[in-house]
Every structure is written in C-alpha cells, then in structure tokens.
Ligand binder design. Structure first.
Ligand code: COA
Ligand code: ZN
Length: 299
C-alpha cells in the first residue's frame, strides 16, 4: 500500500501573524477556502491571543464563523497560549486547540510571559478545558525545540525531558516539535524525532513544524520522515517571515512539501493544481513575505 502523509496548513496563523497591516477577514477566508478546496483538511485558522500581543489575530471569531460550513471532515485548529484563550475558544466552533509554549525558558518568557513550570501548569488547565468540551481535541506545540533566537542551540536532552512531561500531562494530544528559527540541521532533526518516537505509542500523534530560514526545511522534512514522522505543518507560498527579525523566513512551503512527497511516491491527498489558486491569493496579500521554490517555476 502507498505510504501517506498528512499536512497541516498553518499560513493563516503562523504566516498571517507576521503581517503588520490588518489583512481583511474576507481575504483570510478566501485563502482558507481555497486551501480546503485543494484538499487541506487540517488548517490552523488563527489564535485566541491578546490583541496587544498580535493584533492580526483579533478577527478570530469571524474567521471561525466563516469556516463553519466547510466539509464535515474539516478540522479548524486555533492556537491558544493560556487557559483564557482555551476558554474563549470553547465558546465557538473549532475542532482542536494548539497550546504553544517554548523549550527555551527565555523564549517562553518573551512569547507568553511564563516560565516553563508555569506553562506546564497552564497546560494541565488547558487539558481540563478540552476534556470538558465534547468534540474538542488538543495539540501541544513545543516551540524552539532545537534552537532559540535569544540563547542559541537547545539541548536535545532538555527538549526530550519536556516532551516526556507533556506526554504525561496529555496522554492523547498531538505533539509538535518546532524548529521556530529554521536553524535545525537535518541530522539533529532525524536524531530528535527518532528519540521522541521511541517515547510514544502512537507515532501519528507526532508533528514536525519547521521554517525555511537557511533553505534546509525540505531536507529537515525528509529527515523527520525518515525518522518515522508522518504529519507536517506547512504554509502555502512559504508565507511568513518576521518584520522584527530581518532574514527570518516562513514555514516550509505547502506546495514544495507536496512536490517532495508526491514525486517520491508518497500520497499527500493534496491537488497541486487547485493549490495554485491559494498560492495566487497569498501572492496578493499586501505586506506578505513569501518563500518556497515550486511557486516561482509556475509563473
Ligand atoms: N486572548 C485574548 N486576551 C487575552 C488572552 C487571550 N488568550 N490572555 C490574556 N489576555 C488579556 C487579558 O484579558 C488582559 O487584558 P486586559 O489588559 O484588558 O485586562 C491582558 O491580556 C493581560 O493578561 P495576562 O494574563 O496578564 O497576560 P500577559 O500580559 O502575561 O500576556 C499572553 C500573556 C500569553 C496573553 C500574551 O503574551 C499573548 O497573547 N501572547 C501571544 C503569543 C503568540 O501568539 N505568539 C506567536 C505564536 S507562537
Ligand atoms: Zn512557526
């Protein structure tokens, strides 16, 4: 039987949050719908975060309302940094919360204003919120699992110890190890995922989230795949970048990952032709920094 992978589209959250000018909700919805039409069934559509921290995500409620009528098997995912965000999410229709905190204490303090211990305690409360809401599932994303923008390389022993603590708190959640800066090396990616998978009963719960800052994202996806990972975060048109960190780039491009797997005989379930519509819409967003390779060949 042909091997399969699952792609989780994250441009509407990780990509859009890097654009300072507000993107119209209708433009966000048009891209999300084009992505869904291309076969992307799992889309991170935004986040419940403080609008003072990230104003671009302030329209999460109308975005969620706009995706309600997508296919029955469509999963909308929202990022939450705390119990407050999780509680807010339960008042709307979404299928999965993505609780994020960082392996690097310094990055965690900068991003969510919490120590690692405080974030682990917060995770327990978020798990309780999820447990009480029927039809709601949880994912935990460990940012800076390989490298921190402030303190550099993160010790894999430290990341794996946190990974084990997350597994203990959330026995059925999805778990993502994130190369937030794009500085992870494929060999380190292979090693960390091999070790993480050895700690889990269900490999399908493990996700790789990566950025393409040094052009190594596809090599990193290949390394994670060879370690046994089958679920990947990707962003259409490599949408992303950070206006406050010149040189930082977006997630690995969805269309590049589709090309990589499909040309290697691995099914992604994505229709590359239909994906072009979402790419064209992403290219029209003012202030967007785009990446990826395949997109540029199709002009
Ligand atoms: N959604 C919306 N508002 C929130 C919120 C949430 N999830 N969590 C807290 N707030 C509001 C509080 O109501 C409070 O509002 P007020 O000033 O009007 O009373 C204010 O934010 C401060 O709350 P507090 O709990 O003290 O938070 P904080 O100042 O320590 O900030 C976060 C912590 C996590 C809320 C904030 O840093 C944040 O939203 N970060 C976003 C991180 C992110 O998305 N990064 C990119 C993705 S990895
Ligand atoms: Zn990211």
């Amino acid at each position: 039987m042909q091997d399969k992978v699952t792609l989780i589209e994250v441009a509407p959250r990780d990509g859009f949050q890097s654009v300072i000018e507000p993107i119209a909700t209708t433009d966000k919805l048009a891209i999300i719908k084009a992505l869904a039409a291309a076969g992307l069934k799992h889309i991170e559509v935004g986040s419940f975060v403080s609008p003072k921290a990230i104003a671009q995500m302030a329209d999460i409620v109308p975005v969620l309302q706009g995706v309600e009528r997508l296919a029955d098997d469509f999963e909308s995912i929202v990022l939450v940094p705390n119990q407050q965000g999780a509680q807010m999410a339960t008042e709307h229709r979404c299928q999965r919360l993505n609780f994020v905190f960082s392996a690097s204490e310094t990055h965690n303090l900068n991003n969510v204003n919490k120590t690692l211990q405080q974030s682990l305690e917060e995770l327990k409360r978020v798990q309780q919120v999820v447990d009480k809401k029927e039809g709601l599932a949880l994912r935990v994303s460990l940012a800076t699992s390989f490298d921190c923008p402030f303190t550099g390389a993160v010790n894999p022993e430290h990341t794996l110890a946190l990974f084990q603590q997350i597994l203990n708190i959330c026995p059925s959640a999805q778990l993502a190890l994130c190369d937030t800066t794009g500085r992870a090396h494929p060999f380190a990616v292979r090693d960390l995922f091999t070790r993480a998978l050895a700690l889990m009963d269900e490999p399908e719960r493990l996700i790789f989230h990566c950025h393409d800052t040094y052009g190594l994202a596809i090599a990193n996806v290949a390394a994670a795949y060879q370690a046994g990972v089958r679920t990947f975060d990707t962003a259409v048109a490599g949408f992303g970048g950070c206006p406050f960190a010149p040189g930082a780039s977006g997630n690995v491009a969805t269309e590049d990952v589709v090309y990589f797997f499909e040309s290697g005989g691995i099914d992604t379930g994505i229709d590359s032709k239909k994906l072009k519509q979402a790419i064209a819409l992403a290219e029209q967003i003012e202030g967007a920094q785009l990446g990826g390779s395949i997109r540029l060949l199709n002009r």
